[in-house]
Every structure is written in structure tokens, then in C-alpha cells.
Design a protein around this ligand. Structure first.
Ligand code: NAD
Length: 473
């Protein structure tokens, strides 16, 4: 959509003269952390690694952040592709980072000032794309990590988007609907200068949903005219796509189904534990039971979990959630904690809550035979090493949970064309994208003798680098 005259001018990566762009890049560089020269010690219990991919010797000092994890995987893939240091630096550095102050008047009349972020990581392959998260732990490092994951994810499934992410450091459970609406509207106003259907298209993520997207769309449209394509994950009534709400869960199920095919696993005799019962976890559980016939044995949410080795019926959980607001306390199931769920004896573990759940401290105790990552960034590189040594295949987030952004792409395309697809068409198109991408990631992993995660990064980095080169730096 064309921008109105007189609007604030913004820096666009590909439209400034090279010298100016170079200066902007320098100003935006991530502060360089002090590097350690010694190899980080492995947990004593982990046997020697047999997988052939070589991890870099140098790791960042201090606590490992979610962005460190993304950069670590990036560096391995970039080395396999023999990228020069300059190209590596160009591609991994976020394009733009915006921090905004969000003052709102609470229902009791008091002023509350919150902080929000929008990070645009890379738009070489298309407009920036990524969700908006409302959570007390939201911070710039996490948003940066999630934004770069979006760049790799959109490239893995080969849809014409770049990567972005946003969020507000807030506990939305403590806010009324009116307060959340005011917060969303002021956030949209503050990031209005960098979003738009051909600039950056937000979507729901943790603790945001179709209602939040409706407020964002409405707020943006007040200034720019009716613009449904500015956000995805909207309600159907406002231009949302059939099948968008379940899309991430459906994509996770397709990834699991393809894994089962590759490893000759009978899904009808497969037990699955799912951490997180929000949008992604709940749809994953439903489709696993209804369409794939797998047995969901454990589920959890922020309040705790439920475990029944004989299987948990989806409709019983939904009943419990509607009565108590949680899966915890489900009749006929044992109470478990979120940590216990991760370490249960089961065939497949699906983390579908927050990042960093599988780490050096618990990976050794994970008993699942396969891990399919529905959440973004649930596994640290230490845990990855342990899973590789234990020969537990991990289907990485940038492939397994890409169903959501894929159907977001369908929604955006429908909005631009002012045309509607029916549900069977959305499901069929999603199937095509997910199965093709799964095969391509497997091939890349085999070709370079690396894990599926590094295979997915190799595929993505190669596509982003080629697009960057073709457009001209
Ligand atoms: P959601 O807000 O709908 O649900 C989050 C779930 O996680 C809830 O059940 C919540 O109770 C649980 N949870 C929160 N904190 C927890 C904790 N500390 N321990 C255990 N459980 C906790 O969010 P969602 O949209 O389902 O997203 C879940 C994950 O999937 C996130 O990592 C998100 O980034 C990722 N993801 C979401 C989409 C999407 O389309 N919504 C797409 C791709 C990836």
C-alpha cells in the first residue's frame, strides 16, 4: 500500500546509496560480546559425539541467551556453506530494531508505562513477517532471536517473506480486555511507521490472538484506510483465512507424520507428550488424535500437567479447560509438572510452550525417541549436542512450526487479491508446502551430514544469501 505524503521517512535497506547503507549497518551492529577461547565443557554423562557436524570451538561467555542459540546454529550452517565473514555479518545482523514506550491509562485511572519491541531481521526475500508476543519475559534479545528465526523459517518453506518479531513485556492475564485493547492500539501507533502490507506484517504469538490482530488492523486502518493485509491471524469476519488458527498445529502434525514415515514408526502405536496447551499445543493434540490416531499421553500448561499412559481424550481435556481454565487436575490422569512432562517415557515429545525448555541441565534425562519442536527455540545447543549423541532426531522449529506462517502467507495473498480460499484448499496447499520442505531439509541434512536443524539452516541461509546477492548489497 502506498504511504501518504508527509509521513515520517524511514530507512529501507535496498533503497539507499551503498555508502549510506553501510553507515546505517555499522550503527545498528549488535554489541560484540567478549569471546572465550577455551572449549565449553560438556555434561559429564554425555557420551562422545558421533555426529559429523563440527560445532565451533568459540562460544559466547556468560549465560546462554536465545539469540546466542540462533547465532550458534547460524554459524555452523554458514561455515558449511563457506560464507565469508563479511557475508555472515551482513546476513545475521538484524536490519532494524525499534523499542517503544507504551503509556496507557488502566481501568483504575492510574498511568502504566510498558515497553514494546519490533525487530525486523531481514527482508531480502520479501516483506518482514512475524508474530507479536505479550509476556513478562519479553526483551530485546529474545525478540531479536525470534525475528531471525522467522527469516530462516520463511526461507525453509520458501514463502516470499523475510523475518520479524515483536512483543510487549507484560503479563496480559493481569489486564482487562479494555486495558489490552488500549495497549494494543498504542503499540500499533508506535510501530505504525515500520509496518504495512509490503513492509512488515505482524501475526499472533504467545498470549495474542485473532482479537489482538483485529485491534491492530483497525488501528492501522484508521490512518491508512482499510488494510486487512497489514496483519494475519485475523478472524474470518475481518479477512482472516480458513484454517489459519489450526495451521501451526496442523504443520506440526504433518512434520510428525513425515518423521514417522522416514523412521517406519506406526503412529497408531505412538505415544506423545505435549508441553503447552495454547493455540499450537491444543490443535496439535486434536489433529494427532482425530486424524493420525496417535495416543496423547501427557499435556501441560502454565499451571501444570496431566499424564495418563493409557491416553488422554481431547474432548475430556477441553471440558476440563472450560471448567477450570487449565489442563491440570484432569480426572483420571496423574498430576505432573512441566519439567516432569519433558522427561516422561514416551515416543514423541512436542514442546509447544516457550523457548529454552530443553537444555544442558535436563536433556540427558529426556526419554522420548523423537522431538518435534512446535515452540520457537525450545532447545539450546547444549541439549542439541546431547540429543545428537543419544541419536534422538529433532525436527527443528523452523520447519516443524512453519505451518502457521505458511497459512499467514495464504491469508496475506487472499487479502491482497480480495479473494477467499475455502478450507480444503488451504489444507491441501499447506500439505504441499510442508511435505516439500520436509523433504528438502532431509536432503540438505544428508548432503552435508548434519542434523535436521543444521540442514534447515543451510537451506535457509543459502536462499537468503542468494536473494541478497541478486538484489545487490
Ligand atoms: P499460546 O499463548 O496460545 O499458548 C502458550 C501455552 O504455553 C499455554 O498453554 C500456556 O499456559 C503455556 N505456557 C506458558 N508459559 C509456560 C511455562 N512457563 N511452562 C509451561 N507452559 C507454559 O501460544 P501459542 O501461539 O500456542 O505458541 C506456543 C509456542 O509456539 C510459542 O513458542 C510460539 O512462539 C510458537 N509458535 C506459535 C505460532 C502460532 O501460530 N501461534 C506459530 C509458530 C510458533
Amino acid at each position: 500500500m502506498a504511504r501518504k505524503k508527509g509521513k515520517k521517512k524511514i530507512v529501507r535497506k535496498h533503497k539507499k546509496p551503498a555508502a549510506v547503507r553501510k553507515k546505517v549497518k555499522v550503527l545498528k551492529k549488535r554489541p560484540v560480546k567478549k569471546k572465550v577461547t577455551a572449549k565449553k565443557s560438556r555434561p559429564a554423562a554425555a557420551p562422545p559425539r558421533k555426529v559429523p557436524d563440527v560445532r565451533p570451538v568459540v562460544r559466547v561467555a556468560g549465560p546462554v541467551t536465545s539469540y546466542d542459540v540462533v547465532l550458534h546454529n547460524f554459524d555452523i550452517a554458514a561455515s558449511k556453506l563457506q560464507f565469508s565473514e563479511e557475508v555472515k555479518q551482513l546476513i545475521k545482523t538484524p536490519d532494524r530494531e525499534l523499542r517503544v514506550e507504551l503509556p496507557i491509562i488502566m481501568d483504575n485511572g492510574k498511568l502504566n508505562t510498558l515497553i514494546g519491541y519490533r525487530v525486523q531481521h531481514n527482508n531480502a526475500r520479501g516483506p518482514n513477517k512475524g508474530g507479536i508476543r505479550y509476556h513478562p519475559d519479553v526483551n530485546l534479545d529474545e525478540v531479536r532471536a525470534l525475528a531471525s528465526l522467522m527469516t530462516w523459517k520463511t526461507a525453509v518453506v520458501d514463502i516470499p517473506f523475510g523475518g520479524a518479531k515483536g512483543g510487549i513485556a507484560v503479563d496480559p492475564a493481569k489486564f482487562s480486555a479494555g486495558e489490552l485493547e488500549r495497549l494494543t492500539r498504542v503499540f500499533t501507533q508506535k510501530i505504525d511507521c515500520i509496518i504495512g502490507p509490503s513492509e512488515d506484517i505482524p501475526a499472533p504469538d504467545v498470549n495474542t490472538n485473532a482479537q489482538v490482530m483485529s485491534w491492530m488492523m483497525d488501528q492501522y486502518s484508521r490512518r491508512h484506510g482499510h488494510t486487512p493485509a497489514v496483519v494475519t491471524g485475523k478472524p474470518i469476519e475481518l479477512g482472516g483465512s480458513a484454517g489459519r488458527e489450526e495451521a501451526t498445529g496442523r504443520g506440526v502434525c504433518i512434520a510428525l507424520r513425515e518423521t514417522a514415515k522416514a523412521h517406519k514408526l506406526d503412529l497408531k502405536r505412538t505415544s506423545v507428550a505435549i508441553q503447552g496447551f495454547g493455540n499450537v499445543g491444543a490443535h496439535t493434540a486434536r489433529i494427532l488424535e482425530e486424524e493420525l490416531g496417535a495416543k496423547v499421553v501427557a499435556l501441560s500448561d502454565i499451571k501444570g500437567g496431566a499424564y495418563n499412559p493409557r491416553g488422554i481424550r481431547f474432548r475430556d481435556v477441553m471440558q476440563n479447560v472450560s471448567e477450570t481454565g487449565s489442563v491440570a487436575g484432569l480426572k483420571g490422569a496423574a498430576k505432573i509438572t512441566n519439567n516432569e512432562l519433558l522427561e516422561l517415557k514416551c515416543d514423541v515429545l512436542i514442546p509447544a510452550a516457550l523457548g529454552g525448555q530443553l537444555h544442558g541441565g535436563n536433556a540427558d534425562r529426556v526419554q522420548a525417541k523423537f522431538i518435534v519442536e512446535a515452540a520457537n527455540g525450545p532447545t539450546t545447543f547444549e541439549a542439541d549436542d546431547i540429543f545428537a549423541a543419544k541419536k534422538i532426531p529433532v525436527v527443528p522449529d523452523i520447519l516443524a512450526n512453519a505451518g502457521g506462517v505458511t497459512v499467514s502467507y495464504f491469508e496475506w495473498a487472499q487479502n491482497l487479491q480480495q479473494f477467499r480460499w475455502d478450507y480444503p484448499r488451504v489444507v491441501a496447499e499447506l500439505e504441499k508446502v510442508m511435505t516439500k520442505s520436509y523433504t528438502e531439509v532431509l536432503k540438505a541434512a544428508e548432503r552435508y551430514s548434519v542434523t535436521m536443524r543444521i540442514g534447515a539452516y543451510i537451506l535457509a541461509l543459502d536462499r537468503v544469501a542468494k536473494a541478497t546477492k541478486l538484489r545487490g548489497i
